[in-house]
Ligand binder design. Structure first.
Ligand SMILES: NC(=O)c1ccc[n+]([C@@H]2O[C@H](COP(=O)([O-])OP(=O)(O)OC[C@H]3O[C@@H](n4cnc5c(N)ncnc54)[C@H](O)[C@@H]3O)[C@@H](O)[C@H]2O)c1
Ligand SMILES: [Zn+2]
Length: 292
């Protein structure tokens, strides 16, 4: 079982992993999709960074994938934190500020509304790769945050996980984290970065995020796999489908016979394997798809 967060995979390796899936006839017919959704009893909605793009939170692909001169995904690694906890905390301080200012958009709201309306009649699970907390703020309840949350910290020594909405999270980060290339990174001494307040611990805190190269939390992954293995319908929203293990979830569901519908502004390596594909911004397509 692959549980380590890996990216990016080449298009050919992704296609190769999907080779077991038979070619299917794809449709963008919204009324057919709605019929299938009405009949479905166990629905998984799998979201990625694209659903938050319309809330102003950059994805890791394309132009928004840079912070200063660094590729964002290169800073989301244990190696980067080891080399420079100051730089990585500045990056996360910036991301926390962006997420705090952002509001859930029509896509997040459509999902939460759908769950509120049908959640007693059908099993509805949201699995998100996002760490921005916008699904929770929109009102989603049965939510699995695969990769952690920007507003949680974990002590590197005693491993305690705490929710923390302080802004800034420590004095030394006040006014830091500017994303433009010319911003100067002055090394913040480690003792001035966020630390554990537990008596006799005092370990350095890190964001409670699954970084590239790290394992996903076993229980979280198990919950997600259970949902994927029981669903009869899966909606894949705003994910590039190249970050494993989440990239395998929808193809696995399709392989088992579940109906899979993808919502993305552009096709992904996984698109040919899905029953429905709805191009466009999911802030527009999802409210249509999930309404009566
Ligand atoms: N908001 C967040 O929490 C956030 C932001 C950036 C990265 N990440 C992390 O980075 C990793 C990246 O993987 P990923 O697949 O989630 O994101 P990604 O950045 O790899 O891909 C984003 C996808 O969203 C699509 N997209 C962009 N705007 C869209 C829109 N308005 N409507 C529909 N689709 C749209 C793009 O075409 C692309 O396929 C994940 O592990 C995630 O945790 C999270
Ligand atoms: Zn501690």
């Amino acid at each position: 079982m692959c549980i380590r967060l890996i990216t990016p995979l080449s298009r050919s390796s992704v296609l190769c992993s999907f080779s077991r899936i038979m070619a299917i006839r794809q449709s963008s017919d919204m009324s057919k999709f709605k019929e299938a959704l009405k009949a479905a009893q166990d629905i998984v909605i799998l979201s990625g960074a694209g659903i938050s793009a319309e809330s102003g939170i950059p994805t890791f692909r394309g132009a928004g994938g840079f912070w200063r001169k660094f590729q964002a995904s290169a800073l989301a690694t244990p190696g980067a934190f080891k080399t420079s906890p100051s730089l990585v905390w500045e990056f996360y301080h910036y991301r926390r500020e962006v997420a705090t200012k952002a509001q859930p958009n029509a896509g997040h709201k459509a999902i939460a509304k759908f769950e509120a309306k049908y959640g007693k009649m059908k099993k509805i699970t949201v699995i998100t790769q996002n760490v921005d907390g916008l699904h929770i703020r929109a009102g989603s309840k049965n939510l699995i945050e695969l990769h952690g949350n920007l507003f949680k910290t974990r002590c590197t020594k005693c491993k305690e996980v705490l929710t923390n909405y302080d802004n800034p999270i420590c004095e030394a980060l006040a006014g830091r984290g500017a994303p433009d290339e010319k911003a100067v990174a002055e090394d913040i001494p480690e003792q001035a970065l966020p630390h554990c307040r537990r008596y006799s611990c005092g370990g350095l805190l890190r964001p409670h995020i699954v970084w590239f190269g790290e394992n996903l939390d076993y229980e979280v992954l198990q919950r997600a796999e259970e949902a994927i293995s029981s669903c009869d319908m899966c909606l894949v929203v705003g994910t590039s489908s190249v970050v494993y293990p989440a990239a395998m979830f929808a193809p696995q569901a399709a392989d088992r016979g579940a109906i899979v519908a993808e919502f993305n502004i552009e096709p992904t390596p996984a698109t040919p394997n899905f029953h429905f594909y709805f191009p466009g911004e999911c802030g527009k397509t999802l409210p249509l798809a999930l309404s009566e």
